[in-house]
Write a protein that binds this ligand. Sequence first.
Ligand code: AMP
Length: 290
Amino acid sequence: MNVLTTPEVIDTIAGLRARLAGTGARAGERPRVVLVPTMGALHAGHLALVRRARELGDIVVVSIFVNPLQFGAGEDLASYPRTLEADVAALATVGADLVFAPTGQVMYPHGPSSTRVTAGPVGTLYEGAARPGHFDGMLTVVSKLINIVGPDVVVFGQKDAQQVFLVEAMLADLDFRPVIEVVPIVREESGLALSSRNRNLAEEQRAAARALSAGLAAAASVAGRGVAAALQAAHAFIDAQPLVKLDYLVVVDPQTFLPVAADHLGPARMLVAALVGSTRLIDNAALDLN
Ligand code: AMP
């Protein structure tokens, strides 16, 4: 399809399906469809996913939907930034073909669906402990989007490491057709991981939030000395910032996503979450515990 033109914005399920059904006709073969699920307020991290999607397929569909199912009571559903016009303009620069931007009414015409995909035990840890039901809501909407779009590939960012783990598990456990492609975390020069929520940070909060990525980098650099040394190195940065209220800092086994034992050797991942003011930030980094 056309590259680097303004993507077509579609807001109904039937409209999107009809548009996709029409795309393979001329070539006589099924085009390779790549889906990039997002909640909008797009930044360079999202655009990296779309660029990768562009390399992987013929038709790049970006969904923009702030999914009420994955927000808990008292979370930022109402205030989550919604910037559709700017998002579509940004997507034109990276060659997205179609933007699927449904309303809540289109996705949940009878109110929040009672059928849910459940994430299982790992879905109750870390982000899931802080946000009960979040991962069930996320997996449910990802399932719906996969059923609506019928992609060959779904693209996710490593920024949300637990989300990646749970989507991978769901795709395997429930025999979904698409394969997952994971794109590395895009960071500001300061190290701060790009996030739609960063726009809520005041300047001094943004400066303080750098402690998260600085802590992860310090941990990675001493990981050869073991789990305790890595945790200590990260804490030294994070605990020094009074504006950063740590929620969790944990080292997990990439195979199980459970916390590693103190004597764990081999690849691992450090996860961090913190509140800076009322803004919840998460980040993570690979550790080589050898
Ligand atoms: P969101 O709009 O926050 O739901 O994110 C949509 C997708 O973009 C998810 O797969 C995220 O992991 C990914 N993403 C968000 N921020 C970044 C980032 N800084 N680097 C890479 N991927 C990201």
